[in-house]
Each structure stands twice: as structure tokens, then as C-alpha cells.
Write a protein of this length. Sequence first.
Length: 120
Amino acid sequence: MPPRIPKACRVRGCSGTSTERHGYCEQHADKAKPWTGGRAGRGRGGRSWRKLREIVKSRANGLCEEHLKRKFVVVGCICDHIIPTAEGGTDDLNNLQLLCQSCSDKKTHEEKLRAIRRSS
Ligand SMILES: [Zn+2]
Ligand SMILES: [Zn+2]
């Protein structure tokens, strides 16, 4: 197999490089974990993220839970942390919901604003 070409770490401002598929340097490799599904997830049971996503999706009948609260039926495709991990949320099923792209974008945007306010 040919050696992989090191790429810049995906963390903004990090000077590290990565030859891994996930694109994070050694120092930030833990950021990639929830998405790779390779290692057992944090918390109980060691269920992988992929498995959790399947459970969340079937629990919500494949519909966006945020839209459903307002009696709208929209297909959901994104498994979202209700309390973001950056704010101490876990990968627990109680903290996961299925969202559509627009609800996820909106929520991510609000979370970013909160993060900015916290750090200032
Ligand atoms: Zn890095
Ligand atoms: Zn939605």
C-alpha cells in the first residue's frame, strides 16, 4: 500500500498533520471517535454511534422531531445531540433526537452563538 500523504489537521488553527482517514492529528484524534464507530462509544453498553443513530431514527419513525412538535411532518436525516457535547451532553439515547437538515442547521447556529458568548 502506498504511504498516505499527511494532510493538515482538521482542527482550525492546529499546526498538526494527519495521515489518518479521519483527518485529525494525533492530539485531536479523539475528536474523530464518535464518527468512526470503530471503538466502542463512550458510556454504557459500548454501542457504536451508527447503532445509536439507527435506534434514534426508528424511534422517531424517520421524522424530524423538532418539526413534529409543531405538527409538521418532515423527513429527518440527522441524529442530533439535544444538549450538545460541547455543553456537557452525552451520547445517551435520552440526549439524542432526529432532525431534518434545516432544524439541525438552525440548532447548530444557535449553539455556535452560545459558544461564542461563553468564551467572551
Ligand atoms: Zn490537531
Ligand atoms: Zn425539522
